[in-house]
Design a protein around this ligand. Structure first.
Ligand code: FES
Length: 253
């Protein structure tokens, strides 16, 4: 345990009295987000191999194609900004990348890289825009509905029910994306926040019950964030590889 007196002495970058591997979490975070960011950017600019049979990559859904757009323009570029803003303003990811990339601070009770003069945090531009997260949540819910539709369609092989490995990958992906989205702090607040009395009416009792259940998922928000980040990337990779003929879709039924 590090007390506030020892924190006050950490004036230089990286200076700390901590003896644990405090640097490991920010390092892994930087690697994980970096690898995903590079892959997602590359995949978004490809504009090919994003669908195969009943499968559609989550990076390209909903598929928006307009004749007035130049041929080189990838349809993923029209939609990816929305999930990106949702994830980028997520309370968990904020903590993660502030530590991993801004090293401000790199971990609790560790000296930070930026001087604290004029530091306004998320109360001034540009970081005040992080408060848009509660609004981006509504957009994320629309994407979740669309991706559920895609996952159901992934079991439709030319009008016949079937199960391919890709169908299962898409199903797992949307389940994890749903867990991530509906364990969001903003959703939890919408359901049970701003209530002074949980037992004052049937409605507030019901909201309290729902809030308690959402809180169970919310406790693991970081886990859902990482698992869904992995599956959304892997789902795109799987469909891309099958569409390119590199991998063969394993048909289970
Ligand atoms: S807090 Fe992470 S998605 Fe809302």
């Amino acid at each position: 345990m590090v007390n506030s007196a020892s924190m006050a002495t950490n004036d230089n970058f990286g200076q700390t009295e901590r003896r644990d591997a405090w640097w490991l979490a920010p390092l892994l975070t930087a690697l994980g987000l970096g690898i995903f960011g590079i892959y997602a950017t590359w995949a978004a600019f490809q504009g090919v191999n994003y669908e195969w049979g009943p499968y559609l990559s989550p990076f390209y859904s909903p598929l928006l194609q307009f004749s007035w757009l130049p041929r080189w323009f990838s349809p993923a570029l029209l939609i990816l900004p929305f999930p990106l803003i949702f994830r980028g303003s997520c309370y968990y990811y904020r903590k993660a990348y502030y530590r991993a990339y801004f090293v401000d601070p790199p971990a609790c009770a560790v000296g930070e890289i930026l001087p604290h003069k004029n530091y306004k945090g998320e109360t001034a531009f540009p970081f005040i825009l992080q408060n848009l997260h509660r609004f981006t949540f509504y957009i994320a819910v629309i994407f979740i509905a669309i991706l559920w539709y895609d996952a159901i369609v992934a079991f439709d092989f030319g009008g016949k029910f079937g199960i391919g490995l890709g169908s299962l990958i898409m199903l797992v992906n949307i389940i994890l994306l749903s867990l991530y989205t509906f364990s969001c702090h903003s959703w939890r607040h919408l359901i049970g926040g701003r209530l002074d009395c949980f037992s004052c009416s049937k409605m507030t009792e019901a909201r309290h019950k729902a809030w308690s259940r959402i809180s169970l998922f919310n406790e693991h928000h970081m886990l859902w964030a990482w698992m869904s980040l992995f599956t959304v990337g892997f789902t795109d990779l799987y469909i891309r590889m099958v569409a390119a003929g590199v991998w063969h879709d394993w048909r289970l039924f």
